[in-house]
Design a protein around this ligand. Structure first.
Ligand SMILES: *Cc1c(COP(=O)(O)O)cnc(C)c1O
Length: 410
């Protein structure tokens, strides 16, 4: 396809393991593809660093969480070094940061989030609020727009301790205005906590410039770190010493190997670690992040917007007439790297797309199909063919014979 021949980052796709007869993969926003270099790296870590050098490798492993945090920060988060560490799962990191933030705002009793926020975010905030007798206020934003500053403003005040939002909405793909929202949050005296799962590696992020307080995100989506790869967290430099996370583990302890009495956390970002880091996982995060750093986030964003615009153009021509509804902002500046389409039979259509049309997308309850356009691995021809096949599936109506009851993992 002509658009692919002029794609300036087309050279990146062969760096991933993709079989010639592989299905079209538009789910890199759920689980990113395998970079070939990750296979080499993991083999080295397992056979050499672990297999041969054994415990002696801890001398170099111990700095890996902060070194890879810095790699991520400087290339993808718009953050100076010393503020990011790779550790634990996103859920655990969000919990640690939210808990630390609430401790740092005594006397304030309200936590604000988005009713449409990712479930784990809402659940962990609910748990924290309940345990502390605080109110979790879930704001209703319009379906397409994501968190809108003017709609958020009335919910912020002297009672607000923390505002926790997603940078890119996991369903609609709406991209929030982080700078404007942080300004509002700070005007109320609260702290901001951003979930970057659907933006990191897909959208340029400027944590320092937007004066973000706290952030966390996963590494297995656009960063291609592999299933369950460890997450990262960011804490603005000035806040680090005043924040204390709730899991007082030995990897956050100053002078860890003194094995002393009493918890006395490190003064640095490393204090937000808990226990032994997953070294194999972090090595994979390093490989995936390094590859994206070489491609460059600006080039990734440029192609991603062309891909999603192309998909929306095809939707307008082929799918809108069939009754599918676009559930992603049309304004490129307001969307991440995925396009969401709604249809009452989205679940069954998604099943047929995967099993009979060789298009891997995903379904999000109750009625949404998500098409992720991870720029390093997605070609324009993939988007074209996928939409062509989607049209055929919807027109053909075979999906009507599928059991409408969703399976456990969708
Ligand atoms: C994928 C995702 C998560 C996942 O959290 P884990 O702890 O890694 O399972 C959290 N938040 C958002 C917005 C996500 O998209």
């Amino acid at each position: 396809m002509a658009l692919d021949t002029v794609d300036p980052i087309a050279w990146a796709r062969p760096l991933f393991q993709i079989d010639d007869d592989a299905p079209i993969y538009l789910d890199g926003n759920s689980l990113g593809m395998l970079p070939r270099r990750s296979l080499e790296r993991v083999t080295e870590v397992v056979t050499e660093e672990w297999g041969r050098r054994l415990v002696r490798s801890w001398g170099s492993w111990v700095d890996l969480p902060t070194d890879v945090g810095d790699l991520l920060a400087t290339h993808l988060l718009g953050a100076a070094p010393g503020q990011t560490v790779v550790s634990d799962a996103t859920t655990v990191n969000l919990y640690k940061l939210a808990s630390a933030a609430l401790d740092a705002r005594p006397g304030r009793s309200v936590v604000v989030s988005d009713r449409a926020n990712f479930p784990t975010d809402r659940y962990l905030l609910q748990g924290l609020a309940q345990a502390r007798g605080m109110e979790l206020r879930l704001v209703d934003f319009p379906d397409l727009g994501g968190p809108d500053p003017s709609l958020l403003r009335p919910h912020l005040g002297t009672e607000t301790a923390l505002v926790s939002l997603s940078h890119v909405d996991y369903r609609s793909g709406a991209l929030a205005d982080m700078g404007a929202i942080n300004e509002l949050i700070h005007a109320s005296g609260a702290l901001s906590l951003w979930d970057l799962c659907h933006s990191v590696g897909a959208v340029p992020i400027e944590l320092d410039r937007t004066e973000t307080d706290l952030a966390a995100g996963c590494t297995y989506k656009y960063l291609n770190g592999g299933p369950g790869s460890p997450a990262f967290l960011y804490v603005r430099q000035e806040l680090q010493r005043s924040l204390r996370q709730p899991i007082w583990g030995w990897f956050g302890q100053a002078d860890q190997f003194a094995m002393g009495q009493g918890y006395n956390p490190l003064p640095s970002i490393a204090r937000f670690q808990t226990g032994s880091p997953s070294i194999v996982g972090i090595a994979l995060v390093e490989a995936g992040t390094g590859l994206l750093a070489e491609i460059g986030i600006e080039a990734i964003r440029a192609k991603s917007l062309e891909l999603t615009s192309f998909l929306i153009d095809l939707y307008d021509s082929w799918l809108a007439p069939l009754g599918l509804e676009l559930a992603t902002p049309r304004d490129p500046a307001r969307r991440g790297s995925q396009v969401c389409l709604r249809h009452p039979d989205a679940y069954r259509i998604c099943r047929v797309l995967v099993s009979e049309a060789a298009v891997i997308a995903d379904f999000r309850a109750p009625d949404r199909l998500r098409f992720g356009c991870a720029a390093p691995t997605t070609r324009f021809v993939d988007v074209y063919d996928a939409m062509l096949r989607l049209r055929k599936v919807v027109q053909g109506g075979q999906y009507m014979s599928i059991d409408p009851e969703p399976e456990q993992v969708t």
